[in-house]
Design a protein around this ligand. Structure first.
Ligand SMILES: C[S@@+](CC[C@H](N)C(=O)[O-])C[C@H]1O[C@@H](n2cnc3c(N)ncnc32)[C@H](O)[C@@H]1O
Length: 300
């Protein structure tokens, strides 16, 4: 294993001719069942399964659609430990392990996780599962601070699919601009924590000094505050801010936006949504076809 600096651990997986990937059709439901390996997991709520299904469907379709003409790189900036755990103990694959097991392999994967223990177990799991000659780099660090490292590890000529999946709204517009300005061909899937964060914390954020709140960083400055109308219900203000955010993405150059996938909890309350952005209109067609709502129930 090559160790570059202290935080970055990379390996090239063996090419195992006997490896049989999960079937393309129906992926990610065709993934093997997760067996407990005794390593740390991340607890999730059932609604996260809808997110994983949408991400898995798109990864799988992306890797297949591009493989004839392009090398592909999967980037996960908030990667987690690789195995997730539902209440009751049922285990399910996390996003990086789903990407590692798509029917067609990504040529390289760059996985960022801040928490050392999660980064370590992710490395162990990736080494166990990767079997198709992929280059896998695990960077233990904060997503925004590692962007230079991340971008350097996307090979020239490779098309990247980047997942940004934080617990709350925190990935700054400045960091998004770094991705946009990198010159890399890149599709983005972004968790926009509208219900679980933006709506709930809007009132506190608006009372803070302009420039001091994390929402100021997310929206690229304090101007978002002008959109918030005190007489509006929080849900209405949150929708206005979502539109502002989408507009910001467009202006950065991610000017083709896919359908927004709304993820609801078991009480049917929207928790967050997945945004998809790219420079390539074909990407939108693929995302939209992968995320038709009627299909997003299979993984549970
Ligand atoms: C919602 S979980 C990601 C789950 C993962 N995408 C999956 O589906 O399996 C968010 C992860 O990001 C990590 N994290 C939190 N803040 C981070 C940061 N600033 N940079 C990188 N990772 C971070 C957390 O430790 C956690 O494991």
């Amino acid at each position: 294993m090559a160790i570059v600096g202290e935080r970055v651990r990379c390996f090239v997986a063996p090419s195992d001719e006997s490896y049989r990937p999960p079937a393309f059709h129906g992926f990610p439901t065709t993934l093997p069942t997760v067996e407990s390996d005794g390593l740390v997991t991340l607890k999730i709520r059932p609604h996260s399964l809808a997110k994983l299904e949408a991400v898995g469907r798109y990864c799988n379709a992306f890797a297949r659609a591009l493989k004839r003409r392009w090398a592909t790189t999967y980037v996960d900036l908030y990667a987690g430990p690789g195995v997730l755990e539902l209440e009751g103990g049922k285990l399910t694959w996390g996003s990086p392990m789903i990407a590692l097991q798509c029917a067609d392999p990504f040529n390289s994967l760059v996985l960022v996780e801040m928490q050392p223990q999660r980064a370590n177990v992710l490395l162990q799991r990736a080494r166990r599962i990767a079997r198709r000659g992929e280059e896998v780099c695990i960077i233990q660090g904060e997503a925004e601070k590692t962007l230079d490292d991340v971008l350097r590890r996307i090979p020239v000529g490779s098309v990247a699919l980047t997942l940004i999946d934080p617990f709350r709204l925190e990935f700054s517009l400045e960091a998004m601009a770094t991705l946009a300005g990198s010159g890399k061909k890149m599709d983005l899937i972004l968790l926009f924590a509208e219900g679980m964060d933006l709506r709930r914390n809007l009132q506190n954020a608006i009372r803070s000094a302009p420039g001091s709140d994390r929402f100021d960083k997310v929206f690229g400055g304090p101007e978002w505050r002008d959109l918030v109308q005190p007489q509006n219900p929080p849900a209405r203000n949150a929708v206005l801010l979502r539109k502002l955010y989408l507009d910001r993405l467009r202006r950065l150059g991610f000017d083709h936006l896919g359908r927004e996938v709304v993820v609801k909890n078991s009480s049917n309350v929207p928790v967050y949504l997945l945004m998809y952005a790219t420079r390539n209109p074909l990407g939108v067609r693929l995302w939209d076809s992968c995320t038709k709502s009627s299909q997003l129930e299979l993984f549970t």
